[in-house]
Design a binder for this molecule. Structure first.
Ligand SMILES: C[S@@+](CC[C@H](N)C(=O)[O-])C[C@H]1O[C@@H](n2cnc3c(N)ncnc32)[C@H](O)[C@@H]1O
Length: 208
């Protein structure tokens, strides 16, 4: 998949308006009260488009073994060591096409946490990402997303490209069952567009 825009240039210039400087407050709240607790010790989480890693590190501090992937190599030195302390790591690469075979993560993840990743990729990459997600999340595992920017008209372009729960659920497809979708209780005040939460469970493949 093409790297467009030049995300590295944004980080080099500290032009990162999406960066909250800490984990998203809704994620923090759900980690704190146990709603997003790891299902078992050693449960694995993947954070695609992890950026400066605030969410990834928050997940790791709450017991998830976190793999963050982003195609900005400069972020590796910043985020990698903080994840390695808890058994995770930072991977430089394309979240949609990265080949996990032969890695510690080859058996998949119990959680994919998506915060402004789906809205960052070009809309024609959404279906390939959704298909990929269904192979990355183990049956019984979850795809949790901070759905943003809800209400942004498509003609305004992006990133961030406008999205909503239907767009994400459509890309994830029938191998995911949406269990929750609602406006977040703890939205980021300075964000111009609405924020929702979506959580979907990866269902097992039907055996005929
Ligand atoms: C809007 S930023 C969000 C970063 C982080 N999730 C946050 O909330 O601060 C989008 C991130 O996704 C990364 N990205 C976009 N497309 C990607 C892809 N196909 N594979 C890996 N990373 C990607 C960019 O490099 C950037 O760091």
């Amino acid at each position: 998949m093409t790297n467009s825009p030049d995300w590295s240039a944004h980080y080099r210039a500290s032009d990162t308006p999406w960066d909250l400087g800490g984990p998203h407050p809704e994620l923090s709240s759900r980690l704190q009260d146990g709603r997003l607790a790891p299902p078992a010790p050693g449960a694995r989480a993947l954070v695609p488009g992890a950026g400066a890693g605030h969410d990834a590190i928050a997940l790791a501090r709450r017991g998830w073994k976190v793999t963050a992937i982003d195609w900005v190599p400069e972020l590796a030195a910043l985020v990698g060591p903080l994840l390695e302390r808890d058994g995770g790591r930072y991977v430089t690469g394309d979240a949609i096409e990265f080949d996990w075979s032969g890695t510690a993560e080859a058996d998949g993840f119990d959680l994919v946490w998506d915060h402004t990743f789906f809205c960052a990729i070009p809309p024609d990459h959404r279906a390939p990402w959704g298909q990929r997600a269904s192979t990355l999340v183990r049956p019984g595992g979850r795809y949790a997303s901070l759905v943003f920017p809800v209400g942004k008209p498509a003609e305004e372009g992006g990133p961030p490209f406008g999205m909503d729960e239907a767009a994400l659920a459509g890309a994830l497809g029938s191998l995911f069952r949406v269990e929750e979708h609602a406006p977040v209780a703890r939205a980021v005040a300075r964000r111009q567009w609405r924020e929702h939460w979506l959580e979907a469970v990866r269902v097992p493949l039907a055996v005929s």
